[in-house]
Design a binder for this molecule. Structure first.
Ligand SMILES: [Zn+2]
Ligand SMILES: [Zn+2]
Length: 179
């Protein structure tokens, strides 16, 4: 991850942003977010569901903001945060895109849902919400096992297929995070 010092990117001068849904105002003359009915720049309502960054999956805080990659900038809105990812990528997404086939990702001889794998590479977490859809994927099994036991574990009742898939996911993880 690059540090912000000496970065070519000037401080972001984005327009008004709704802190509740993380969306930039379509024009600078608008003062309210049409979607939320909230003034731009106002803190989100207490009960609001807060937006997350599609790149690093971080959810904004109660103030509708995230910490900047450059500490001197303090907390910034989601639009500024997403611009900062141009200089602060979470991994090699160009490489990951070369493995993408539609909404799937091909890893060696297996495939799995692209978003599920990317989220695992970035956060180490597996969203089990739709587990039923991908319970037959060796890659999903491998990610679950790696999350639980880590790489190189000796698993009781292990299958050669799972071990190969775990090695493939571990290799992909290293490749994705290589600077
Ligand atoms: Zn809004
Ligand atoms: Zn992010």
């Amino acid at each position: 991850m690059k540090l912000g010092f000496g970065s070519a990117t000037a401080p972001v001068a984005s327009g008004p942003v709704c802190l509740q849904c993380g969306t930039a105002a379509p024009s600078t003359t608008m003062t309210f977010c049409r979607r939320c009915g909230l003034p731009y720049g106002a803190p989100p309502r207490v009960e609001a569901e807060l937006p997350s960054c599609p790149t690093c999956y971080a959810t904004v805080g109660d103030d509708g903001r995230l910490p900047s990659f450059r500490p001197a900038r303090g907390r910034i809105d989601l639009v500024e945060h997403m611009v900062e990812h141009e200089d602060n990528p979470v991994g090699d997404d160009d490489y990951l895109e070369t493995l993408r086939r539609g909404d799937r990702i091909v890893i060696d001889r297996w495939e799995a849902p692209f978003d599920l794998v990317r989220r695992y590479l970035v956060t180490g977490a597996i969203d089990g919400g739709r587990r039923r859809d991908f319970q037959h994927s060796a890659i999903v099994t491998a990610m679950s096992q790696l999350k639980r036991w880590g790489p190189g574990a000796d698993l009781f009742g292990d299958q050669a297929e799972w071990k190969l898939a775990r090695d493939a996911v571990t290799t992909l993880m290293e490749r994705y995070h290589r600077a």
